[in-house]
Write a protein that binds this ligand. Structure first.
Ligand code: GMT
Length: 385
């Protein structure tokens, strides 16, 4: 198939899922056309069957905000026509589904090319549910020829918030490549993060408020004097300085390492004993899945789609949002027993591979594309007579 993929290029889980899906589909013989403002994150190489089409947004003094949504729609239509796309798949509803709608409606020769929207989370639970975007997000969903959500929780939330019928949305969970995400010896990273053989607690995120990064510091502070450990914070974003400040306030800053954005996430996961993910909400929690694949038990909030990923008591522990006391207790339990960490880590790896591997999930996308293409073609034939 010729598949167009649009996602955010530089930031967040939806961009990671969009780009990794494209690369996996390309490995299976499809031709992928990424249409985005910049080369999507994690795309390291282009080839005959992985192509990139940059959306250039012309500016003009009159524009307070250059209209990216329109420039994207024009580029989508151009690529769909020139590259004979069979399907266009957009990740994150806002504004991508609306651009795809415009592209489809711009000209009669594009009406038979379906577009599919994958909902990732904040496009529904935070941004999309905001009054200023709700009607257009709902419109984008309903105009899509296919809609997928990354968890059953997100599907239910979308149906409720946007008053959308259940049969509109297919659940296709996020995935990992078990060969990329696996525990491997990482002497160099280990030496840097735990020079004195400390246990490692890891957090990985974009440091947005929704991630509650300061809870990681509070959890870590509760472990002081109980276990020799360090907290490694991977990523960057608006809440980083608040977390740094709190680490100083609580007197734990010497053992908290802020290492910024890192290109090699599996290397950090390979040295971790526990992943902390105390988010306010999480439609799926891709970093939890990545950790599980690297045999790292997860201590996270019991919220959103996380219980679909982390089995409480088996592959990690879940606690109420903000309950740093309970999360610290769970982290200590894992860190105090190497056999428990290993047992949970192995169960986590097994669950990640069996339930969320690329081999299990990519065929679901391929089958869904085929179904939507067929359905759209039938509808188109009926419409043109
Ligand atoms: O979490 C973010 O702030 C980024 C956001 C995104 O769309 O890039 O992440 C969402 O999509 C990820 C990939 O599907 C999910 O793993 C995250 O759980 C989800 N984030 C939230 O729901 C807060």
């Amino acid at each position: 198939m010729n598949i167009g993929i649009t996602c955010y290029a530089t930031y967040g889980g939806s961009g990671i899922v969009g780009s990794e899906l494209g690369m996996e589909l390309a490995k299976r013989g499809h031709t992928i056309h990424f249409i985005s403002s910049a080369l999507p994150t994690r795309i390291t190489e282009l080839s005959d069957n992985v192509q990139f089409h940059e959306v250039e947004v012309a500016n003009y003094p009159l524009f307070d905000h250059p209209p990216y949504t329109l420039a994207l729609a024009v580029k989508m239509a151009e690529v769909a026509r020139e590259k004979k796309l069979d399907v266009l798949h957009v990740h994150y509803a806002i504004p991508h589904s609306v651009s795809a709608f415009l592209a489809r409606e711009m000209s009669t020769d594009l009406k038979h090319i379906p577009f599919i929207t994958t909902l990732h989370g904040t496009d529904i639970t935070l941004v999309g549910a905001d009054r200023s975007y709700l009607p257009i997000t709902r419109f984008g969903i309903l105009q899509s020829d296919g809609v997928t959500a990354v968890s059953a929780y997100l599907k239910a939330a979308t149906c409720e918030v946007f008053d959308v019928s259940e049969d509109v949305i297919e659940v296709i969970p996020n995935f990992i490549s078990p060969n990329v995400y696996q525990r491997r010896p990482q002497e160099c990273v280990l030496g840097k993060c735990a020079p004195d053989n400390e246990k490692i607690l890891l957090h990985i995120s974009n440091f947005r408020a929704v991630k509650r990064v300061t809870d990681c510091i509070r959890i870590f502070a509760r472990l002081q004097g109980k276990i020799k450990a360090r907290l490694v914070m991977v990523g960057d974003g608006p809440e980083k300085s608040q977390a740094e400040w709190l680490a100083r306030q609580l007197g734990v800053h010497k053992n908290v390492l802020f290492v910024g954005k890192q290109p090699n996430i599996p290397a950090y996961l390979s040295i971790a004993d526990v992943l902390l993910l105390p988010s306010e909400t999480e439609s799926f929690g891709l970093s939890a899945l990545e950790a599980m694949a690297c045999e790292v038990p997860v201590v996270a909030s019991h919220v959103g789609g996380l219980p679909e990923v982390v089995s409480d008591g088996e592959t990690g522990y879940l606690a109420d949002v903000g309950d740093v006391e309970a999360m610290a207790k769970y982290a200590l339990k894992i860190l105090s027993s190497e056999s428990l960490r290993k047992k949970m880590g192995q169960a986590a790896r097994q669950a990640a591979v069996e339930r969320f591997s690329t081999d299990a999930m990519i065929p679901l996308y391929e089958a869904y594309y085929r179904r939507v293409i067929e359905k759209t073609a039938e509808r188109h034939r009926a419409a043109v007579g």
